[in-house]
Design a protein around this ligand. Structure first.
Ligand SMILES: Nc1ncnc2c1ncn2[C@@H]1O[C@H](COP(=O)(O)OP(=O)(O)OP(=O)(O)O)[C@@H](O)[C@H]1O
Length: 277
């Protein structure tokens, strides 16, 4: 049965690794969960399965087990802090690309089975400009680009937006500045990026806010915990709370294509297109 429930899919991306993409995805998922949104966090970072490590969780089964019929998607989901559900990595889109038609259908079915029970799907995409990231970003309704105050990070974010905008028709991006020294730094970073995109690309960027550089976040990572849960009063945790509150205001997909299985269908279509191209 197809779900009729709109699901907001937010793909968290970055032009390159190390800017805090996985950290943002994890803490954002926890903060949205606190707002009583029913959240699933999908670790789609193929080469580096981060989410389970960041949260100190052990992966026993993956999507591959679902597709060969060994279990259902709900059996694969890890349960993180506050009850956030996590689809662990270990399979990735490279795996999806090898699937048969029957397995594609199984994947859609697997997600539609939990679709009624999800408000937000946060996708931690692979870093860089690879096909995996492109497929997830194209399939999502919201692409959240994380960058930090390094010249390479701004250029990498620009290249990511250029690739998705020019070659794949993604026209709207949300931008989050991470590891900033103050809120003005976040706005300045955004302005620099807009300066580039306005000049060269036909895309719209919207500022999603900033997360400060925070030693508490590093301490939490060492404990394999999310700062949002380990140090809820830390300045970065507060920033994630504020970010979640803003995302909560973002419009929900109004059309029937906003359902979870359509996300998976779009994902598979763009994966096939990437494989064919
Ligand atoms: N706001 C912050 N303050 C301090 N440290 C941070 C902050 N955000 C992220 N970090 C640290 O930066 C490092 C990189 O973070 P993370 O692994 O989330 O990046 P990433 O962009 O997902 O990288 P990759 O794709 O390579 O895994 C980690 O050590 C993380 O603890």
């Amino acid at each position: 049965m197809q779900s009729i429930h709109p699901v907001q899919v937010v793909a968290v991306t970055s032009g390159k690794g190390g800017v805090g993409k996985s950290t943002v995805a994890v803490n954002l998922a926890l903060a949205l969960n606190d707002l009583r949104r029913r959240v699933v966090l999908f670790d789609a970072a193929l080469e580096m399965a981060n989410v389970d490590l960041l949260l100190g969780l052990t992966v026993e089964r993956t999507l591959a087990d679902v597709l060969v019929g060994r279990c259902e998607l709900k059996d694969v989901l890890l349960v993180g802090p506050g009850g956030v559900r996590i689809v662990p990595s270990a399979l990735g889109v490279q795996g999806i690309r090898r699937f048969t038609v029957g397995e594609y259908a199984g994947l859609i079915q697997a997600f539609s089975d939990i679709g009624e029970d999800v408000d937000v799907l946060v996708v931690d995409t692979a870093s860089g400009l690879g096909e995996d990231m492109v497929c997830f970003a194209r399939a999502a309704q919201e692409v959240l680009v994380v960058l930090c105050d390094e010249p390479t990070s701004i250029m990498d974010a620009y290249e990511l937006i250029k690739l998705l905008g020019r070659d794949y028709g993604v026209s709207r991006f949300r931008v989050l500045a991470n590891m900033v020294a103050g809120s003005q730094e976040g706005r300045n970073l955004f302005a620099r990026l807009v300066g580039l995109t306005d000049h060269f690309l036909a895309v719209t960027l919207q500022y999603a806010g900033a997360v400060p550089y925070d030693e508490s976040l590093r301490k939490a990572v060492q404990k394999q915990r999310a700062v949002y849960e380990a140090f809820p009063r830390a300045k970065s945790a507060q920033a994630f709370r504020a970010l979640a509150a803003r995302i909560d205001e973002w419009p929900l997909p109004a059309n029937p294509r906003g359902h979870l299985e359509f996300f998976v269908e779009r994902l598979i279509r763009s994966t096939r297109a990437a494989a064919a191209g």
